[in-house]
Design a protein around this ligand. Structure first.
Ligand SMILES: [Zn+2]
Ligand SMILES: [Zn+2]
Length: 393
């Protein structure tokens, strides 16, 4: 049975791929600079005789044909970039690239996809269709490697009927997976405001435009955009996270800047909210006499898991791991550029548990002490292989 053969290979190659993950972990590269990582992936595919092309500079796209290659086409995706974080883990494979760390587990994602590639290629007489392997750059940084890969044609020739991606999950114990149908992660847009006015003596506000007060009012007014306009059943968050202006006790500054993020689960509301944010800034400018420049930097769309593909993926995962080890992913307001794929074709973004309380691997992603239980790699590569070999849309 194909499932058993995949399991056997995942077990047999576990140590090799843990070693591969440790190499990647110790050689992290920032978004769009994944040169060594890309070469590592290319060399591995070459070694296993898997044809590939490069795309969007450091991206790698491989193709594995099973029997009857046109019967079905499934894409499997991994991201390869690391974060500008200084690693604080005391391990013998810690980051050798100062100030850069695989703190979001993309080393694990790349490893799991490599493992799946090797297994699928060795068993290609045993399954039908074609699997497209997508190793993408730049998940952590706008405009998102996924959008660049799609522009470069990653979803054409051949066009996959569905795409799967996995992400490590620090809250889910190693040994488990989780899935969620429909919207599961938010869109994320960056907000920038510059509030300008005639500064001056703090004792003579009547001769100035109080940019601090105008900015403060804008922060408050922006919260009303969300609370009074969004559908209460559709999660949405606006947070102003930087408020900078002024330098002393008795001078009203001539400029204040605000930065923040806007998250949503509904694309229609998302773009309406952008207009409301701009209107709120114009209104505050009118009321206070300040000039307000607004920039909404549009980021990743929400991740919208196709219900049918997710049902299929979940039942394949349950068959592989046992239903007791597959859970429902909770809704999160984090963002992922996998959302671009789910806008284009049916997609399923699921979670790989990497938590281990006994070993103390409990810290969140994007922290300098993030660690994963490497036993999860055997599961990640096996499940990715089985999804690639058997999922249908
Ligand atoms: Zn991340
Ligand atoms: Zn990530």
């Amino acid at each position: 049975m194909l499932k058993e053969k995949i399991k056997e290979k995942a077990r047999a190659y576990k140590a090799d791929f843990i070693a591969a993950r440790r190499y990647l972990h110790s050689h992290p590269e920032l978004s769009y600079e994944e040169k060594e990582t890309s070469l590592f992936v290319q060399n591995a595919l070459k070694q296993w005789g898997i044809p590939f092309e490069t795309m969007a500079e450091t991206g790698v796209v491989g193709l594995i044909k099973g029997k009857n290659p046109d019967a079905r086409i499934i894409a499997l995706r991994a991201d390869m970039d690391a974060l500008p974080i200084e690693e604080q883990n005391d391990i013998d494979f810690s980051s050798q690239n100062k100030g850069v760390m695989h703190a979001c587990g993309h080393d694990v994602h790349t490893t799991c996809l490599l493992g799946a590639a090797r297994i699928l290629s060795e068993l290609k007489e045993e399954w039908e269709g074609t699997v497209k392997l997508i190793f993408q750059p730049g998940e952590e940084k706008n405009p998102g490697g996924a959008s660049l890969m799609i522009q470069a044609g990653v979803l054409d020739n051949p066009r996959p009927q569905g795409i799967f991606g996995l992400h490590v999950h620090p809250l889910l114990p190693a040994g488990k997976l989780s899935f969620r149908e429909g919207k599961c992660m938010a869109s994320a847009d960056e907000l920038y405001f510059t509030i300008k006015g005639k500064g001056g003596h703090a004792a003579q506000p009547d001769l100035t435009v109080d940019t601090i007060l105008a900015a403060a009012q804008l922060v408050v007014n922006l919260q009303q955009v969300i609370s009074r306009n969004r559908n209460p059943f559709s999660p949405s968050v606006l947070s102003i996270c930087s408020f900078q202006g002024g330098f002393t006790t008795n001078v009203i500054p001539s400029e204040v800047s605000l930065k923040g993020t806007f998250r949503a689960m509904d694309e229609k509301w998302r773009f309406r909210a952008h207009e409301l944010v701009k209107d709120e800034a114009s209104g505050t400018a009118l009321a206070t006499g300040a000039a307000i420049e607004t920039l909404v930097d549009v980021g990743y769309p929400s991740v919208d898991n196709n219900p049918e593909l997710t049902k299929t993926g979940r039942s394949i995962a349950e068959g592989y791991l046992g239903a007791e080890n597959v859970e429902e992913t909770e809704l999160r307001m984090g963002a992922e550029d996998f959302g671009y794929y789910t806008q284009a074709i049916p997609g399923c973004f699921f979670r790989l548990g990497v938590r281990n309380e006994e070993k103390g691997y409990v810290n969140n992603v994007h922290t300098p002490t993030f660690m994963v239980d490497e036993n999860a790699i055997e599961i990640g590569m096996g499940v990715m292989a089985l999804l690639g070999a058997t999922a249908t849309v």
